[in-house]
Design a protein around this ligand. Structure first.
Ligand code: ADP
Ligand code: MG
Length: 338
């Protein structure tokens, strides 16, 4: 059984212009000790997927309209509020792109880590502080004894992200969700934080759901990846296979953009003309069809489903790579991707 299994998740927002289906039928799984990347351009629904897992979608504005989020077999979407609070920051932790907005400006980082521990563990203030210092050491903050007294504004961006990671690790989570954890950092610091995440993930055997728009990051850290476009997963599979032979024209376009590397943040993808469709005006067929060089009439008529095969899946009527049907692989012993 997967540690995390998202099934047909739908998260919709009621807006003045109508219902925005930010996440519309996303399925995704993360096994223990596995790193799964969720990739896609800005606005594709990656963060909304992550927030939905922890039930952090602001009430009133958005709603989870369907699906299941099985964590160790329990559906998080149907748990009472108290039960989900007991899981958040404990068995599932999350780190964000901009640590400054996630950290409390008036508490030292040592205090914040200690609080995160004491929220879920019966430790004395003193023991929690000692553990906080040990965690700062684990995330390689120099002079952790002294630095524990620092306030967030006294730390550099990279150090703040390390402090966030320390808070996330406070209760030794089974699953860590990292939403663009290195996007706000310079390239050198990015590499250090990725290294750190990779090392900690291996040491703690956590499942890691790593959200990024950066395929370079995916190549470096992930075992598997799911590519999102306009609220849906359009392709998924082991990173090596995905990079070697992308089956969805969108994945191919993303990879071609990667080859042009070092695009400034927010730049258009030169290999994929056009922009992501508005969630309020989704085309009737495949959401990518209007931008797709390979689109045929069928693509504009009907939305393709994610077809599974040999641990890979693609939602395309005319995939660039034929995925072997699951039954044909190793005499049907290989599990079909859900
Ligand atoms: P990503 O993380 O992939 O960049 P998001 O998951 O943040 O994208 O957003 C997906 C879509 O959901 C976007 O079109 C965004 O405008 C919409 N969205 C997110 N939050 C809200 C909200 N509170 N109200 C309305 N729409 C929202
Ligand atoms: Mg996001």
């Amino acid at each position: 059984m997967s540690l995390l299994e998202i099934r047909e998740l739908r998260t919709w927002f009621d807006t003045r212009g109508g219902v925005a289906r930010a996440v519309d039928g996303v399925s995704l799984s993360v096994a223990r000790g596995e790193t799964v990347a969720l990739v896609g351009e800005s606005g594709s629904g990656k963060s909304v997927t992550a927030y939905s897992v922890l039930r952090l979608i602001p009430r009133g504005r958005g709603r989870i309209a369907g699906g299941q989020v099985l964590f160790d077999g329990t559906d998080l979407l149907t748990l009472p509020d108290a039960a989900i609070r007991a899981i958040r920051g404990n068995r599932i932790a999350m780190i964000f792109q901009e640590p400054l907005s996630a950290l409390n400006p008036v508490l030292s980082i040592g205090q914040q880590i200690a609080e995160a521990i004491r929220l879920h563990r019966p430790l004395s203030a003193r023991a929690a502080w000692e553990r906080a210092v040990a965690l700062l050491e684990q995330v390689q903050i120099p002079s952790p004894q002294r630095r524990a007294h620092d306030f967030p504004h006294q730390l550099s961006g990279g150090m703040r992200q390390r402090a966030m990671i320390a808070i996330a690790l406070a209760c030794e989570p089974d699953l860590l969700i990292a939403d663009e954890p290195t996007t706000a950092l310079d390239v050198t610091t990015q590499a250090q934080i990725l290294d750190l995440l990779r090392r900690l993930q291996a040491e703690h055997g956590m499942g890691l759901l790593l959200i990024t728009h950066d395929l370079g990051v995916v190549a470096e850290v992930a075992d598997r990846a799911a590519v999102m476009y306009a609220g849906r997963v359009v392709e998924e599979g082991p990173v090596e296979a995905l990079f070697a032979a992308p089956a969805h024209p969108y994945t191919q376009g993303l990879l071609a953009s990667l080859a042009l590397d070092e695009l400034p943040p927010g730049a258009r993808l030169p290999e994929i003309p056009g922009t992501v469709p508005s969630l309020l005006a989704m085309p009737p067929g495949c959401a990518f069809a209007p931008r797709c060089a390979h689109a045929r009439p069928a693509c504009h008529a009907e939305a393709p489903l994610l077809s599974a095969g040999a641990g890979r899946g693609v939602a395309c009527h005319f995939p660039l790579t034929r995925l072997a049907p699951p039954a044909a692989v190793a005499g049907g012993l290989v599990k079909a991707a859900a």
